[in-house]
Design a protein around this ligand. Structure first.
Ligand code: SDX
Length: 439
């Protein structure tokens, strides 16, 4: 998006009045090209001596960004202005990676070069394979990915000068290229099978499937439908504005930390069941529900404020409408199950659960709809991916979003090290108490 189109700038201020002193303060309002304007509070503490207070950042913009736009009320998701539905329909994952990184769709030459550059970075340094052996065979793949991706920071000393744009891009390419190889190796490790090397004659999604499911003893027959479904799933998960894991990467990166270590921090955050770990939790929940007659009991528990059970795959901080990715995911679900000739009772259960929840006042009033994680697990399960790998797959896809946002953060002249303040409600100052005087 060219600067000329961006209409960032003051269009009207806000006046804040402190009723204890009667003083008023003018706060500038900044307007973007789409979405809500922001009240610029950068001078608030200096002018008023007050902090803002917003646990979970429900009303706080942490940065300016040009990468992804979400309209939660209307269920809109744009990557660099392109609707997610059109990218899922017409693009492919590496083209989408180029778009997220560079801001424009590539032409035939730049696309061919980008695909070539990524393809020839997919192999891991042989020493890295030794890291896997330090884990128990039953380790969760996300634990392995946190460890191995963090360990990349010990390998690449030629691309860690984050002030150097070339270094930033080299680190980003390596991360996008190697994430599927690491994720697949983590999966193979849990099976006791040898890691499968990437093949340069396969596209990104095919390579990931091949590394996950092939073995040295026989030729692997690739299903074009599965490869296309995997590619589309990667597109759907590639970026999503300032979500928890992306904000984690930005926060870690704001101190100038090693890029590989920052992405490992993002993987850790994504693993949580309230975030990327929800896709695994949805399958566990559906298996716990087991049959349609049990749905009402689980819906009752989800509505009970005293019960911390929540309907996994439902609700979203931003989407107060159907997550547009969930719609594409549901359609992909039907295609994959049909292609595989799989009849998964969990799909019928999920659709019945969605139907019941979306007609229940509790969910309607709170605008709780299925999100990207609600159907994805059923597809992954049908593809033979174990539930423990669902979030690892999400991490493979989201790596491009993390690195694109990390680069944007570093290049943003307004960016500083992230250092929020607090509302302190602890003990006021008090003298030390010697042991003999304690109760
Ligand atoms: C992802 O941010 C992103 O963009 C994330 C993501 C991405 O691409 O990066 O989209 C990926 O993380 C999707 C979300 C996956 N998580 C889940 O499916 C877990 C289940 N969902 C919830 O935990 C919850 O909806 C969150 C965490 C997703 C959002 O939580 P919020 O925005 O903090 O909402 P909230 O907790 O303030 O809920 C508002 C109300 C509450 O009830 P009241 O206090 O008003 O009575 O809705 C209720 C909540 O109890 N509620 C739910 C619910 N989600 C919210 N009740 C039952 N089941 C749910 N799933």
């Amino acid at each position: 998006m060219s600067e000329a189109k961006a209409t960032k700038g003051r269009n009207h201020g806000m006046t804040l009045t402190d009723h204890t002193t009667g003083k008023s303060y003018e706060l500038p309002v900044l307007k973007g090209t789409l979405g809500p304007s922001v009240i610029d509070v950068r001078k608030l503490y200096g002018d008023t001596g007050h902090f803002t207070y917003d646990p979970g950042y429900t009303s706080t913009g942490s940065c300016e960004s040009k990468i992804t736009y979400i309209d939660g009320d209307n269920g809109i998701l744009l990557y660099r202005g392109y609707p997610i539905q059109e990218l899922a329909e017409h693009s492919d994952f590496l083209e989408t990676c180029y778009l997220l990184l560079y801001g424009e769709l590539p032409n035939a030459q730049t696309k061919a070069k980008f695909v070539n550059d990524i393809t020839y970075h997919t192999m891991l340094h042989e020493q890295i394979h030794f890291f896997f052996r330090g884990f128990r065979r039953d380790s969760h793949p996300m634990a392995v990915m946190c460890g191995v991706v963090g360990a990349l920071s010990a390998f690449y000393h030629d691309s860690t000068d984050i002030s150097n744009p070339h270094h930033r891009m080299v680190a980003s390419y390596r991360l996008i290229a190697k994430m599927p190889t690491i994720a697949a190796a983590a999966f193979k490790y849990t099976l006791g099978q040898p890691a499968v090397y990437p093949r340069n004659n396969l596209n990104y999604a095919e390579n990931f499937i091949h590394m996950m499911f092939s073995n040295p003893c026989e030729e692997y027959k690739m299903s074009p439908v599965l490869a296309k479904a995997m590619d589309r799933i990667l597109i759907l998960h590639a970026d999503h504005e300032q979500n928890a894991s992306t904000s984690t990467v930005r926060m870690a990166g704001s101190s100038g930390a090693n890029p590989f270590a920052c992405i490992a921090a993002g993987i850790a955050s994504l693993w949580g069941p309230a975030h990327g770990g929800a896709n695994e939790a949805v399958i566990t929940m559906l298996q716990q529900i087991g049959s349609k007659d049990k749905i009402s009991e689980f819906v009752r528990r989800a509505k009970d404020p005293k019960d911390n059970f929540r309907l996994m795959g439902f609700g979203h901080r931003v989407y107060k409408n159907y997550d547009p990715r969930a719609k594409v995911m549901q359609q992909t679900c039907h295609e994959v199950l049909e292609e595989l000739g799989v009849k998964d009772p969990l799909l019928d259960l999920a659709k019945e659960l969605e139907h019941i929840a979306l007609s229940d006042d509790y969910f309607v009033q709170r605008k709780l709809y299925p999100n990207v994680d609600f159907y994805s697990g059923i597809i992954f399960k049908a593809m033979g991916i174990p539930a423990s790998m669902f979030t690892a797959l999400f991490a493979v896809a989201r790596t491009v979003g993390w690195v694109a946002q990390w680069i944007e953060m570093i290049e943003d002249p307004a960016q500083k090290i992230g250092r929020p303040r607090q509302l302190f409600t602890g003990e006021v100052e008090r003298p030390y108490v010697p042991m003999q005087k304690r109760k």
